[in-house]
Every structure is written in C-alpha cells, then in structure tokens.
Design a protein around this ligand. Structure first.
Ligand code: SGN
Ligand code: CA
Length: 535
C-alpha cells in the first residue's frame, strides 16, 4: 500500500472522530435508555382507603405522592375481581378465559408469555417480590422472592428463587426490605429494571403492625348509606356470605381471642394458628393492646344493630391500620429512588389486585361486579412524560398494564394481547378510546358464595348476568344510582338502553373470544376440580 502524508492521515483521524461523534449523539437521541418500572400492587386495597381518592377515611401521603407527581385514574377496573386471576391478567394482558387462570383454584400456566418475559428478553433486569398467589416458580424474573399462597402477617415464610425460608418481622416491612435489598445490592446498575413489589396487606385477616395498634382508636367510622341493604331486586346479592354482621368472625377477623376461651367461634382455631406465629415479644405487645378491648367487648355483650356497628368499626380500624404500613413502604421505595437519582426515568404504578367493600351493601370482601370491588385504585408517575396532577376518567383495566409497559419500553406489543396501552390516554393524545369494559367471575360454588356472573360496563350503564344455579340479569343507571341499589332490568323506561347493552355485551364477548361454550367449559372444569357434579 502506498504511504500517505502525515497531514492526510491526521485529517482522516479527525473525520472519523467527527463522524463517530455525530453518530453517537444521534444514537443517544434516537434510542434513549428504556424507563425502569416499579409496579406496586397491594392486595384488597379499596380505592376508598387511599386519601388521593378523597373519601376521607385515612391518610396515605406516600401513595398520594404518586398521583400528585403523576396521574390518578378514576376509571380503573379489573376484569375478574379475585386475586390470582387478577394477577394473571396483569402479567399476560389477556382475559381470564384466554390465560386460563379463571379462579383461585385452577392452576396458572407460567409457560405462556408475559410482559416480564418480554422485558427480560429485551435486556431488562427483572424481579418479583411479595405476594403473587400463582403456584410454581415465577417465569420472566431474574430474581423472585415470593410468599407461598396467601402468606402470613407475622414472621412470614418466603420462597427465594424457589427456596423457602422464614423471615422475622412484619410481612409488609419484610417485603419492603427485600425489595430495597434487590434495588441496592442485587440488580445490575447498567440495565433498565422491572420490579414487581407486591404487598400481602391489606388482605384478610388484617393483622396490624405494632406501631399502628392505636391508630384510629378514637375514631367512629361513618356507616355507608347502604350498610343495611335489603338486596331487593337483586337475588344473587341476597345470597352472599360476606356480611360484616353475619359472616365476620369475632375471633378470626376481629381479634377477640380471649385467653379464657370463653368466646367460642367457628374460626377460633385458625386465628390461634396465626397468633402462634408471633414470638413472645410480639405476643406481649399484641396482648397489651387487644386484651382491654376483649374485656370490654365481653362486658358489653352487644347484640343486633349494636353488634353490627361494633363489628364494622373494629373491622375498619384493623383494615386501615394495615394500609398505613403499606403506605410507609411506598414512601421508602420512593425515597430510595429519589436518593439514588432514579426518579426521572422510572415509571411507578400503584394499584391493587381488585377493590374491596368497606361496609357498602353491608359487606367486606370483593368478587361482585358492583363498583366497590370491580373498580381498583390506579395511580402512576413518570416525570419524563407525565404532567403532575393529571386526571384520567376513561375506562381502563388491569388488562392494559402489560401493553402499557411494553409501549413505554419501546417493545412491540404482541398481537394476541387483549389490553391496550393507555400511554396516549395519559398524555392526552388518544383520539378515541373504548366505550365499554368486560367482566367475568367464575369462583362458585365457593367461599363467600358469590354466584358466577359476567357483564359489561359503559360510562353510564352496567349490565350483569348471573348464571349456573340462577339465571338473572341486572341493569344499573350509574349516573342516577351510583350505589347500584335499583335494578332496572326490564323497566320499560330503559327498554332501548337494555337492548343496546345486550348488543354491546355480545360484541365485546365476540371481540375478546368469549362465548357460552367457553363459559360452560370453564364451569365443567371448575366443578371437576372441586369434585362437584351437580348444582
Ligand atoms: C381467603 C380469604 C377469603 C378471600 C380469599 C380470596 N379467607 O380464602 O376471605 O376472599 O382468600 O382472596 S381466609 O379465611 O383465608 O382469610 S384473594 O385476594 O386471595 O383472592
Ligand atoms: Ca385480593
């Protein structure tokens, strides 16, 4: 090769550097670092019990911060108001009849695709911490440390990457510590990350942390207007086993475990098992708080209405106390991200696996397609893109999380995902959005006795079909009757609306690939799994 003068070589080096520099700047602009995602989910957290939703029951300053610094969704719903199915929908972006996890009983197939797998394949570091309630080793996660099944409040067992071990302490704090430890010590700092940080609380039996034993001691919670609901015109609702008065167990749910054993209830033994997980120091603190309440309860010997209202208040106190620890944990995670310069490029979502009744219709628990359990809190922040104080009222569902995260991460959304990314909606750029959402519930015959049903909700109306050992329809005008007390199905004034809602339901079932045949198949599988043959 002919030799070149030095000036020519220098010019070449300069040019190469210039080109590579320009290219570098361009590359950085075109492919920005993908956002980190912290997906916080708690279990059975009613939107009524988040102060950002304005119900005035309690104060959740840390959860509220997510809304203040980002967006709050007033139209957040689930597709199936029960734990494991809700989580399966969240992971897959597909309705229960497609992902197969239709109830808490039938198994979940981890081999199917989920959004964590997608993120992992594109270079994300992924972790799952806390409650997942889906059997088997979580797939799609580099690290998992999860509660077996429902988990326990005190000194809980966890399964770390498939290996079981017990932790000392209160479950909510243990879960937060594991999440912080992963963020600080286990993840690779040079890759974007996905952290699923999922709390067991405030799930039944609402055992509070010592720090919050006395919170709400002097508070008398106001009864919801329909606490004494008579379920007129709603035969499926009338058959429930989730009444605060009728079904909450005084010892198991309300902690009246007297040492003399004079208070005998059906679930006393179950609560003893939970109580006995505590060590002597924890038990001493527990007894110091609850013994005077137990003695007072025995002395007062409440009956009827007085007992119902005492139960309601007792329930609310412990339920809300467990939420206070959840809120503290959210604060710790937010602080960690801030202190480590991770706030700007991290999407944080707070949600629950479904809503919950706080005395509305006289109930605790969930499952029904009525608003309090169908709706779920959803709050999200992402400073890079979302304006602080944004409010979204459109109908979104847990079905939409998977495609939304993939959208933010710049990953193609697989065609078979049924949810839609709500990124554009949040940014005010969506020219159209869905006008109806679909719901299914399958766990019957089962605990709490909520009959199998499916239905749709639009902005103003809701149509529900209860089936199996009943065949009833319910229609609500949610603007006139937001508490769903007045079933207007077959009311001539709503004939046209009813017809339209039936059509919409049929269209939506077809769109999502659901049918009477599939419904029947799911029923047959359920009855078989439970060893039941007839109604
Ligand atoms: C447990 C609870 C029920 C609750 C289900 C489902 N009973 O079985 O009250 O409805 O979980 O909850 S308990 O006696 O075990 O507390 S879910 O959130 O996991 O779906
Ligand atoms: Ca739940």
């Amino acid at each position: 090769m002919k030799s070149q003068p030095i000036s020519f070589i220098l010019t070449c080096i300069f040019l190469v550097n210039l080109i590579s520099c320009t290219t570098k700047t361009k590359t950085t602009k075109e492919t920005p670092k993908q956002p980190n995602i912290v997906f916080i989910m708690s279990d059975d957290h009613a939107y009524q019990a988040i102060s950002a939703y304005g119900h005035g029951l309690n104060n959740t300053p840390n959860i509220d911060r997510i809304a203040t610094e980002g967006v709050i969704f007033n139209g957040g719903y689930v597709t199936n108001s029960i734990c494991a199915p809700s989580r399966a929908v969240m992971l897959t972006g597909k309705h229960s009849h497609i992902n197969g996890k239709v109830d808490n009983i039938l198994p979940f197939n981890w081999d199917q695709d989920n959004f964590a797998k997608q993120l992992q394949n594109s270079g994300y570091q992924t972790a799952m911490v806390g409650k997942i309630h889906l059997h088997g080793l979580p797939q799609g996660f580099d690290y998992s440390n999860v509660l077996p099944g429902q988990g326990d409040y005190y000194n809980p067992d966890f399964i770390e990457n498939g290996v079981k071990k017990q932790y000392q302490g209160y479950v909510t704090n243990v879960t937060t510590d594991i999440a912080l430890d992963w963020l600080q010590n286990k993840r690779q700092a040079d890759a974007p990350f996905l952290l699923l940080y999922h709390q067991k609380a405030p799930h039944r039996t609402w055992m509070p942390e010592e720090k919050y034993f006395t919170l709400f001691d002097d508070k008398k919670f106001e009864l919801p207007a329909n606490f004494y609901d008579d379920y007129k015109g709603r035969p499926a609702a009338a058959k429930h086993e989730m009444g605060i008065y009728k079904d909450l167990d005084v010892v198991y749910d309300l902690k009246m475990l007297d040492k003399e054993g004079e208070i005998k209830t059906g679930y006393r033994k179950w609560f003893e098992n939970q109580y006995n997980r505590m060590d002597s120091v924890q038990k001493a603190a527990w007894d110091a708080y609850y013994t005077p309440i137990i003695n007072d309860f025995k002395e007062k010997n409440y009956q009827g209405k007085e007992l119902a209202e005492w139960k309601f208040n007792r329930y609310m106190q412990d339920y809300l106390r467990t939420i206070q620890s959840v809120d503290d944990g959210v604060g710790e995670i937010l602080d960690y991200l801030e202190e480590n310069g991770l706030t700007e490029n991290t999407i944080i979502v707070y949600t629950s696996d479904q809503g919950f009744y706080l005395g509305e219709h006289g109930w605790f628990d969930k499952r029904f397609m009525y608003e309090e359990s169908f709706r779920t809190p959803i709050l999200m922040k992402y400073p890079k893109e979302i304006k602080p104080g944004t409010v979204v009222n459109e109908l979104i569902q847990n079905l939409d999380f998977a495609p939304t995260f993939l959208d933010y991460a710049g990953i193609d959304i697989p065609k078979d995902i049924q949810g839609e990314s709500f990124r554009k909606l949040v940014n005010g750029e969506a020219s159209e959005w869905r006008d109806a959402i679909y719901y299914t519930y399958y766990e019957f015959p089962g605990e709490h006795h909520v009959k199998r049903h499916y239905g749709i909700r639009t902005k103003q109306y809701k149509l529900i079909h209860f089936y199996y050992d009943i065949d009833t329809w319910e229609l609500y005008d949610l603007e006139k009757d937001p508490s769903e007390m007045n079933n207007i199905y077959n009311n001539p004034a709503y004939a046209a609306i009813q017809k339209d809602m039936h059509q919409k339901l049929q269209d939506l079932r077809a769109k999502y690939g659901d049918s009477d045949e599939l419904t029947q198949q799911n029923l047959d599988n359920y009855l078989k799994a439970k060893g039941l043959t007839k109604k």
